[in-house]
Design a binder for this molecule. Structure first.
Ligand SMILES: C[S@@+](CC[C@H](N)C(=O)[O-])C[C@H]1O[C@@H](n2cnc3c(N)ncnc32)[C@H](O)[C@@H]1O
Length: 572
């Protein structure tokens, strides 16, 4: 603990430089400072090099891609979007995915129009799942898209090693910026584990004020198995989510959550009481009014645990047990009709009913440290309403934004790892129509600052593909169709594996095919996406799309299993 240190300016981008674009072009960025308020807490954690920034330089954002609203579920190879993407999504500051260091991204989000979206005080929920200071490098296995999905390589996605106290300074800067973005009635949820939970709690108190502490969730993320069961001083099976309000007195938006527990007949018989109506649990009547207790009695839901009759005394407006004991209220379990019984309970701060990824393999998209959709569903349901803005600036595989999209929330996300951007993009592209038939909203991809290049240099690739105009079936629309046929795709990255294995079909090497029917050389607007629905499925390789009658540049982007992207353009 110690005194507040000298304020400083954090400037990743003091000297504006040319920001390279996907197309190879560059633009002159215009950086500007964004002011941030001082921390609020009194007790403060001290560390070497601690600096409380008062402003951060906000680099400009450059749009790289636009993905239109997805109308409905589709077969592989069918156009995913109604028509080529237009600029409308670029006007909306939400549903944006940012590739870049989140310090620069957050500063950009705070920057007022016309240079930034000016989202200060607009975000209802901030969920962040930052590195945990685990001292590890996180990798993903690269697998062929074939039956047994053989592993053909491994790739580092992000490092989680922090010299000295750099982790604390890193988190401190981001939390200060995040506080500026949070709505007065919004909340921030910080996911972490035993390594930093206590220090992050102090940081959050310093930044948001101890009076704005809401809760700490202990989430059972795994069940110890094998040798871990006997770990010295118990296995670590929980992760933590620290929750703070921007202003608890606002008050903070809160929607209590229920959980559903399911029991077999034998389990129900062991845990609950049973009468002629079924299994029930009981609870003290607490503060129930006389009228409510009378109504419960009429429904046969009051009982006297220590015997005696239930007396309804109209004169004294009291309901009690004739032998002077307490009364209880019965809550019946729902008979599911298949030998199982369900009970609803209020959710408290011990979340042991949401499994981790280890026991939900169907959700696994192969990104290390991926969280489960059920976890995010509960967080988003508790703290937001439909249409609210959700921010996750450590988005990883995109779990939070996929769930936000499914739940009709708007979102903004960022990641510094291009592999995370690709994974999130593909998960969003895979989403079908939202419940109720509403189309899934589109999204845009932006770059802020100068992220480091993708982890590995693209290995030599060779694509054999044909793009040409085709006659329409009625003969009249001959020039209005374009056919894209991919015949082969090769990458040098597979060379070592091929020395001892037969060459697989090219489709086993491809994760996604996207087509822009009017590529302008700057922003890739997808008119078609072919992203297989599951990890063994493959792309089709043959696509037929409506095209403008005049010459147009068709761009085909192929993303392979290593994350290498190849863009082929033809004027047709
Ligand atoms: C624990 S993972 C998030 C996992 C995610 N919740 C999910 O369900 O997949 C942390 C992520 O933070 C990203 N990250 C680390 N430092 C960052 C930074 N300075 N800016 C943006 N993202 C960063 C990493 O690349 C990684 O994808």
């Amino acid at each position: 603990m110690g005194a507040r240190s000298m304020p400083s300016t954090l400037n990743d981008a003091d000297n504006p430089r040319h920001v390279p674009m996907a197309s190879g072009k560059s633009v002159q960025p215009q950086a500007s400072p964004v002011a941030i308020g001082p921390p609020r807490g009194r007790a403060m954690l001290q560390w070497e090099g601690k600096q409380a920034p008062q402003q951060v330089i906000a680099p400009p954002a450059i749009q790289l891609e636009a993905h239109r609203a997805l109308a409905a579920e589709r077969e592989a190879g069918e156009p995913a979007w109604d028509a080529p993407a237009d600029e409308t999504t670029a006007e909306d500051p939400s549903n944006r995915l940012f590739y870049g260091d989140n310090k620069a991204v957050l500063a950009h989000l705070l920057r007022p129009p016309p240079h930034g979206p000016g989202l200060g005080g607009q975000v209802r929920l901030i969920y962040i799942d930052p590195p945990f200071d685990s001292g590890s490098d996180y990798t993903r296995k690269i697998r062929l898209r074939t039956g047994r999905r053989p592993v053909v390589g491994e790739q580092v996605q992000y490092g989680d090693r922090w010299p000295g106290d750099s982790y604390l300074q890193f988190m401190y800067e981001r939390l200060l910026l995040l506080r500026e973005l949070l709505a007065e009635d919004g909340s921030i949820w910080v996911h972490c584990d035993y390594r930093q939970v206590h220090r992050l709690h102090l940081l959050l108190e310093e930044v948001f004020g101890p009076e704005n502490y809401l809760n700490t969730i202990a989430w059972r993320s795994q069940v110890a198995r094998g040798a871990k069961v006997n770990a010295f001083y118990f296995p670590f099976s929980t992760q933590y989510i620290e929750i703070f309000a921007k202003n608890r007195a606002a008050p903070t938006l809160w929607q209590p959550q229920k959980k559903r527990l399911i029991f077999t007949r034998r389990q129900a018989a062991a845990r609950f009481m049973e009468d002629e109506r079924g299994f029930f649990r009981t609870s003290d009547p607490g503060t129930y009014s006389f009228a409510r207790l009378k109504a419960l009695h009429a429904e046969g839901r009051l009982y006297a645990p220590y015997g005696g009759d239930i007396i309804v005394d109209e004169k004294q407006r009291r309901v009690y047990a004739s032998n002077g004991g307490n009364i209880g209220v019965k809550y019946y379990l729902t008979d599911l009709g298949d030998g199982r019984y369900a009970v609803e309970r209020g959710v408290d701060n011990l979340w042991d009913d949401i499994p981790g990824l280890g026991t939900t393999p169907g959700e696994d998209v192969g990104y290390p440290t991926q969280k489960t959709e059920a976890l995010l569903r509960r967080i988003i349901a508790a703290s937001t309403r439909p249409g609210d803005l959700v921010l996750d600036c450590f988005v990883g595989s995109g779990t939070s934004v996929v769930v936000a999209q499914k739940m009709g929330r708007r979102w903004i996300a960022a990641d510094l790892n291009y592999g995370a951007i690709q994974t999130t993009r593909q998960r969003l592209q895979r989403l079908g129509a939202a419940p109720g038939g509403r189309p899934t909203p589109g999204f845009t991809l932006w770059q802020v600052g100068e992220p480091p290049p993708p982890a590995s240099e693209p290995a030599g690739t060779a694509v054999d593909l044909e793009i040409r105009r085709r006659a329409g079936e009625d003969g009249q629309t001959a020039s209005h169709w374009v056919e894209v046929r991919i015949r082969d795709y090769r990458t040098d990255a597979l060379a070592a594996w091929l020395r001892s294995h037969p060459r697989p079909d090219w489709r086993a090497l491809v994760d996604a095919v996207e087509i822009d029917m009017a590529y302008d050389g700057q922003i890739f607007r997808s008119c078609l996406v072919d992203v297989p629905a599951h990890r063994r499925a493959q792309v089709s390789g043959l696509y037929r799309l409506p095209a403008a009658p005049h010459p147009t540049v068709v761009a085909v982007r192929i993303t392979d299993i290593y994350g290498h992207e190849t863009l082929v353009t033809r004027t047709v």
